[in-house]
Design a protein. Structure first.
Lengths: 482, 112
């Protein structure tokens, strides 16, 4: 039953009195208690808060009041977004007992739109990772094959949707952390334009690259959630004063005549042949819908990973300086202040977080700043110009989300560079700030999901979602017809 | 090898990390392998390229104005009209690992 629920079906069932939000939330908690021991998507359940919200929705329905757009929809939140009164760990031991005093804007907006927040989702520590194996609270297992990773860092957010433990979830994406797990778990994941969704209350990893975005089973639901969380927020100076369209209404507009760019740089030597075939077939399908497929060039793509890992770790080394054991979080016992800082950070942070703090600190240190950090920022300009040029010719760009389907747990955990290369097709959108989406486009011979990635111009989520929706519709028709 | 043991110790010091012997050895290996990969950035000629620190530099900025007025779009209401109310003291202190009720307490900073 849970697998057939959508945002619209939940809302209409409540409006028509076929179901209460309270009973639905209870059903989801039952399901989570049954299924999640083998998946590990949830870190914290906030049943009291969820049932209070569900009760409110049921009361509104009973009184015949108009219901908000996400009324009664069971959702869950990656544990890097703070939730008032609900433990928020960022997947780190250093925040093991942290109870935030306020709500992240995106979370508050979801709740104001009627959504019922079930709990907080597992992720790589401080969102640093591509497999969710870096969580201090244990790895997440891919619902399609429990011996494989769900992707990361928002592995819990993708797995919860794939295993029907939430209708929609929020994740964060700094280098692919929404799109890559969406691809690995066979769900839809959107990273909006930088500035589209407020970052207020998102525990910062790399502030110029961090984005909040939705996961769901379908493009339409992702569109509905985006509309709810998007828009200017005075609490985040980088959130943009750009009107938020009714994305769901835009979905049905025709895609005929739209230009889809294909860049050879995204189909290079590391690409798995089955992923290549699935993505090429998806592009053919878009052509069949009347889109014009146009070759484009994104010549600096091969420099994206090195530029990204310098910029991201430099920003992280500054952002994570705040975790020192003084005001909140874990504190190690020590005889003096400087020793307390060190022992707290040594004991509170995991290996990958320490590695990135070290790399970022090195890149910013005297004598290396120009060679690494400044150089990476200049390359970021070149990468962004590549997209500017391409988007003069095309409306969207199609590519694989990841070079391979989900890899095995443990496969890359001791090789940081191999893990970083899992983000090779996704980091570019973070560096340029353009929106990107991953939509399921098939399976390999082991029944592992494959994702099609689409990019669009800054703030043109409407076109991005429209093309993704048209593709999704054509695919579900052909699957039925088979 | 670009990064040496001495560099690892120096950077750990800057980052307020202690690191065990084993962690230092891993850092030495990992930083060298990552930085070797990053080295390829030097293939690109970037003398005339402006560095990009923020995506938001690309929108909202009013180039016809000067100084901080160019970023008028980012001015928050609460700054215009006076400071936003901060968290009540007791709530702000609630997560403190050690407090006397008024201040955060930390181990001794200065030895007498």
């Amino acid at each position: 039953m849970a697998s057939e629920l959508t945002i619209d079906s939940v809302r209409s069932a409540i409006v028509e009195d076929r179901m209460t939000a309270t009973a639905l939330a209870a059903d989801f908690y039952d399901r989570i208690r049954k299924e999640d021991s083998e998946i590990g998507a949830f870190l914290t359940l906030c049943e009291k808060r969820a049932l209070a919200q569900a009760g409110l929705i049921d009361q509104m329905a009973a009184e015949g009041q108009p219901l908000p757009p996400l009324a009664g929809v069971p959702v869950a939140i990656k544990d890097v977004m703070v939730t008032s009164g609900v433990r928020t760990t960022a997947g780190s031991k250093i925040l093991e007992n942290f109870i935030p005093p306020y709500d992240c804007t995106a979370v508050a907006r979801l709740e104001a739109a009627g959504a019922v927040i079930l709990g907080k989702l597992n992720c790589d520590e401080f969102a640093m990772g591509s497999s969710t194996e870096n969580s201090a609270y244990g790895a997440v297992h891919n619902p399609h094959d429990k011996g494989r990773v769900p992707g990361g860092s928002s592995g819990g957010s993708a797995a919860a949707v794939a295993a029907d433990m939430a209708v929609a979830t929020l994740g964060s994406d700094t280098g692919g952390s929404i799109r890559q797990p969406a691809s690995f778990c066979g769900v839809v994941g959107l990273k909006p334009t930088y500035g589209r969704v407020s970052r207020y209350g998102l525990i910062a990893f790399a502030s110029s690259l961090d984005h909040i975005g939705p996961f769901a089973k379908t493009v339409k639901e992702v569109a509905l959630v985006l509309r709810t969380i998007a828009g200017r927020d005075p609490m985040d100076a980088t959130s943009a004063e750009v009107a938020v369209p009714d994305y769901a209404a835009e979905l049905e507009k025709p895609v005929e005549g739209l230009k889809v760019g294909v860049a050879k740089e995204y189909f290079g030597s590391g690409l798995d042949p089955e992923v290549r075939a699935a993505v090429e077939a998806a592009i053919q399908k878009l052509a069949g819908l009347g889109c014009e497929v146009v070759p484009v060039s994104l010549p600096h793509t091969e420099y994206a990973i090195p530029a990204y890992y310098i910029v991201a770790t430099a920003e992280a080394s500054a952002n994570l300086a705040r975790f020192d054991g003084v005001r909140y979080g874990f504190r190690a016992k020590a005889d003096n202040l400087s020793q307390m800082y060190r022992l707290t950070r040594d004991g509170g942070f995991g290996m990958e977080v320490k590695r990135r703090i070290m790399l970022g600190t090195y890149a910013l240190s005297a004598g290396y700043y120009d060679a690494y950090y400044l150089k990476a920022q200049k390359v970021r300009t070149l990468l962004t110009r590549d997209f500017d040029e391409a988007f003069k010719k095309v409306d969207v760009i199609a590519a694989p989300t990841c070079p391979t389907p989900a890899f095995r747990l443990g496969e890359k955990v001791n090789d940081p560079l191999a893990m970083y290369l899992a983000d090779i097709y996704t980091v570019t959108a973070n560096l340029a700030g353009i929106p990107g989406i991953s939509v399921p486009c098939g399976e390999n011979h082991e029944k592992l999901p494959i994702g099609l990635q689409l990019f669009a111009r800054h703030f043109d989520e409407a076109t991005l979602l429209r093309v993704a929706h048209a593709y999704e519709q054509s695919r579900s028709l052909s699957v039925v017809g088979r | 090898m670009k990064v040496t043991d001495k560099d690892v110790a120096y950077v750990a010091d800057l980052a307020n990390l202690e690191l065990t012997e084993e962690e230092r050895a891993r850092m030495l290996r990992d930083l060298n392998s990552i930085l070797e990969y990053v080295e390829r950035l030097s293939e690109l000629e970037t003398d005339q390229v402006t560095p990009m620190a923020q995506v938001s530099d690309r929108y909202g900025v009013d180039e016809s104005r000067s100084g901080s007025d160019r970023f008028a779009y980012a001015i928050r209401e609460d700054v215009k009209d006076g400071l936003r109310k901060s968290l009540p003291h007791d709530i702000a202190m609630k997560n403190a690992p050690d407090t006397d009720g008024t201040f955060f307490e930390v181990p001794k900073v200065i030895e007498r």
